[in-house]
Design a protein around this ligand. Structure first.
Ligand code: GMT
Length: 374
């Protein structure tokens, strides 16, 4: 198939999934055309069957705000027509699904461009609900030829919040279990925790919805019982506040703010527990990557997280903001080696059985065929 993929190219779960999907499809012989304003962050090497089309933006004094959605629609039309795309798969509804609808309409009479929209999270649970976007998100979802959501939770939210009757296929996030796998990281462990402290880890874009400050509050409680360090990977608006909080709580020396990192697998393998105390999380790709490395997860009980993490098996789940309970769960995992290793094995097995790329990518292919067939 000739497939156009549009996603946000910067750090973020939807961009990561879209890019990994494109790469896997290209390896299987499909021709993939990425259409975005910059090269997706996980696409830095040349790969056969992958092409990138940059959406050029021009400025004009009258345009106080950049007209990206319109420029994107024009680029979609150009690529679909000249590269003879079979379908366009857009990730994150705003504004991608709307631009795709416009492109589809513009091509009518010349070709029937099928559009598939994958809903990822805040496009539905947060931004999409704003009155200035809601009608457009609803319209664009209804006009897509196919719609997928990354969890049952997100599917339900979409149906209820936007009053949508359209069929939505749940296709979960996936991971390359040959890359994200358990491996020895003793050397790195020693560098991070020279006195044998346990290591907690959290990775995110440091947005409010991630509640990163909860990880620091958890650490403050945990180190009263077990010597531990907290690795914070990523960057974003809440980072300064988190740094301030760790100083205020007197745990600054035990928290390492590492910023954006590429060597994620190594860092995950150095850790004992992964923390994801989010306010909202439609799936939790970061937790999936940790579990694939065999790292047990302690999370909040929101969104799609309970669909990923089996409570008391591959991790522990607590109410949002219940720092006391989450700290107790962390201490339990850090002080009970037998339990930790059972959780670790169960996390890895759960990923292998349900969320491996070799299970989920063919699922997308089947869905494409279904939409094209229709
Ligand atoms: O919403 C975000 O914070 C970023 C967003 C994205 O599009 O990059 O992440 C969402 O999509 C991921 C991939 O499907 C999911 O694993 C994340 O759970 C989801 N984030 C939220 O729902 C907050």
């Amino acid at each position: 198939m000739k497939i156009g993929i549009t996603c946000y190219p910067t750090y973020g779960g939807s961009g990561a999934i879209a890019t990994e999907l494109g790469k896997e499809l290209a390896l299987k012989g499909h021709e993939i055309h990425f259409i975005s304003y910059a090269l997706p962050f996980r696409l830095h090497h040349f790969m056969e069957n992958i092409y990138f089309h940059e959406v050029e933006m021009s400025s004009y004094p009258l345009f106080e705000f950049p007209l990206y959605s319109l420029a994107l629609a024009s680029k979609m039309v150009e690529v679909a027509e000249f590269e003879k795309l079979d379908l366009l798969h857009v990730h994150y509804a705003i504004p991608h699904a709307s631009s795709a609808f416009l492109a589809k309409e513009m091509l009518k009479g010349k070709k029937d461009l099928k559009v598939i929209t994958t809903l990822h999270g805040t496009d539905i649970t947060l931004v999409g609900l704003e009155p200035s976007f809601l009608p457009l998100v609803k319209f664009s979802i209804e006009k897509s030829d196919g719609v997928t959501a990354v969890s049952r939770f997100l599917k339900e939210k979409t149906i209820i919040n936007y009053n949508i009757e359209k069929e939505i296929e749940v296709i979960p996030n996936f991971v390359d279990t040959n890359v994200y796998k358990p491996e020895n990281a003793d050397l790195l462990k020693q560098t991070i925790a020279p006195n044998g402290e346990k290591i907690l880890i959290h990775t995110s874009n440091f947005r409010q919805v991630k509640r990163v400050s909860d990880t620091i509050r958890i650490l403050e409680k945990v180190i009263k019982e077990v010597p531990a360090k907290l690795l914070l990977i990523g960057d974003g608006p809440d980072r300064s506040e988190c740094e301030r909080l760790s100083r205020e709580l007197g745990v600054y020396e035990s928290v390492k703010f590492l910023g954006k990192q590429d060597a994620l697998v190594e860092l995950l393998n150095a850790a004992d527990v992964f923390l994801i105390p989010s306010q909202s999380e439609s799936f939790g790709l970061a937790a999936l990557e940790a579990m694939s490395c065999g790292i047990p997860v302690v999370s909040s009980s929101v969104g799609g997280l309970p669909e990923l993490i089996r409570h008391n098996e591959s991790g522990f789940i607590a109410e949002i903001g219940d720092i006391d309970r989450m700290s107790k769960y962390v201490v339990e995992l850090l002080t009970n080696d037998k339990r930790h290793s059972m959780f670790s094995q169960s996390a890895r097995n759960r990923v292998l059985a349900n969320f491996d790329k070799n299970i989920v990518v063919p699922w997308y292919e089947r869905y494409y065929e279904k939409v094209l067939g229709a």
